[in-house]
Write a protein that binds this ligand. Structure first.
Ligand code: B12
Ligand code: SF4
Ligand code: SF4
Length: 388
């Protein structure tokens, strides 16, 4: 096989040269770091520990309505309880991380009348005509992974699969096993140099990692800090490295269909899409380097977006602003449900006409959320009559 004009032999394991090439190539493609994790052997202590952790989590109902996390194989085993459960030929996982840190205000700094969209969804691309095309990290990272995969397959004979989020594996577990970072008490992967504003993409391969090349785990640097646990508004972090996802604002605003449980609405504050709080308060993000991203840029209109603007988006506006963005998945109706709740939490009476209009909506969830928001804003003696 010819690589860069030279004949090369196909290898069937991670050699030092191949590892070094893949790390450099990942950087060239725009990733900030890339590391390789061996897939724990079925029956090994690590495999058993991860499988127990995941199944206990699912069985305790922590996954809420995210049914895809609960999928089982024909043998009844949870597909995500270990990489081998869903991908029996997998021997290693190349974990690539992409820094998305941009210098911008924090959600924890209040801004009157504004909502908050999680910063991973701020990206866009400027088109030749000067217009902005929203972008989504899933596609951005997948394109980079595919290039890396093609280069890898040119050099070595291996089965591969690329995933960003959607694969039947717990990417953070593999990132921890690759030495990329440690799992913080907020459950995020933290890299000592890069912090935790990282998005992950993985290439599952059939290449084994030799025993002398097994990476060292990154040291856990959380120490006695509990800032994330203390700051989480909905107490979704029920313990260090333990999340009840059904209480997480990211789940409530992005994944949860239907009405949001009433007791969690007030703690949601002004978050209308995702939540950045437990990472904003993390000391390891204070010195996080600013991302250098080829092609994509931050969309300033999505930082502290006016609730009034979000509420005014008709289907066309929504498409124009969010087609191709992570918000597309949440759709306009659910975004408006979240905006109604944020309006209620603002206690700002200027939102009442919009909320009154939504209260008449045919969308029952939106109408009910708007009714709740009105009750938050108006003192009890001014409250609107109940809906009939
Ligand atoms: C479902 C999901 C969610 C759910 C549940 C989150 C959760 N903590 O589980 C919700 C919707 C709430 C969510 C929120 C967010 N998510 Co999310 N999410 C996922 C997804 C699709 C699956 C995660 C999963 O399987 N959870 C199940 C639980 C049990 O897994 P876990 O909490 O990660 O715990 C495992 C490991 O931590 C491991 N473990 C724990 N300790 C140790 C120690 C060692 C040594 C080892 C080896 C393993 C280990 O064991 C656990 C069980 O396997 C992944 C992508 C993927 N396919 O993995 C992205 C992912 C985790 N999300 C991501 C992001 C960016 C977010 C948000 C920041 C988005 C936002 N701003 O709103 C928030 C962050 C909230 C938070 N504090 O975690 C990134 C995380 C990057 C990072 N630096 O960690 C991922 C990896 C997506 C990606 N491709 O980049 N997410
Ligand atoms: S993302 Fe927000 S709601 Fe979820 S655990 Fe972190 S602070 Fe809590
Ligand atoms: S805020 Fe503190 S405890 Fe939480 S992840 Fe960061 S260092 Fe760890």
């Amino acid at each position: 096989m010819k690589v860069d004009g030279e004949e090369q032999k196909l290898v069937s394991t991670w050699t030092a040269e191949l590892t070094s090439w893949v790390e450099q190539e990942a950087l060239r493609l725009g990733f900030d770091t890339a590391t390789i994790a061996p897939v724990p052997e079925a029956g090994s202590d690590v495999a058993k520990r991860d499988a127990t952790r995941f199944s206990t989590w699912v069985e305790a109902g922590r996954a809420g309505e995210m049914e895809y996390l609960k999928r089982r194989g024909e043998d009844g085993v949870l597909l995500r309880s270990g990489v081998s459960a869903a991908i029996p030929w997998a021997r290693s996982v190349l974990v690539c991380a992409w820094n998305y840190h941009v210098p911008a205000p924090l959600s924890t700094t209040p801004v009157a009348g504004a909502g908050w969209i999680a910063r991973y969804a701020w990206s866009g691309r400027t088109l030749d005509n000067g217009e902005t095309a929203p972008t989504d990290y899933h596609e951005e990272l997948l394109a980079k992974l595919r290039s890396l995969e093609a280069g890898l397959k040119n050099r070595v004979s291996t089965d591969t699969r690329c995933y960003v989020d959607t694969g039947p594996l717990v990417e953070r577990s593999m990132a921890a096993l690759s030495g990329l970072g440690w799992i913080g008490k907020n459950t995020c992967v933290i890299n000592e140099q890069l912090g935790s504003w990282l998005l992950l993409g993985v290439i599952v391969t059939s290449l084994p990692v030799s025993n002398d090349a097994v990476p060292q785990l990154a040291a856990d640097r959380c120490g006695s800090c509990t800032r994330c646990l203390d700051a989480c508004p909905t107490q979704a972090l029920i313990g260090p490295r333990e999340m009840d996802a059904s209480r997480c604002i990211a789940y409530l605003t992005i994944e949860k269909k239907g009405a949001i449980p009433e007791e969690l609405r007030e703690p949601m504050g002004r978050q209308v899409f995702g939540c950045d709080i437990c990472q904003e308060v993390c000391p390891w993000n204070r010195r996080a380097p600013v991302a250098i991203q080829q092609g994509t840029r931050m969309r300033p209109e999505l930082v502290n977006p006016a609730l009034e603007w979000l509420a005014s988006l008709d289907p066309n506006d929504f498409r124009k602003n969010f087609k191709g963005s992570p918000l597309e998945r949440t759709r306009r109706r659910r975004l408006h449900r979240n905006v109604a709740i944020a309006m209620g939490n603002s206690r700002d009476k200027t939102f009442l006409p919009q909320l009154e209009a939504w209260r008449q909506s045919e969308d029952e969830v939106l109408a009910e959320s708007a009714g709740w928001a009105i009750r938050q804003i108006l003192p009890s003696d001014e409250k609107s009559p109940p809906m009939t």
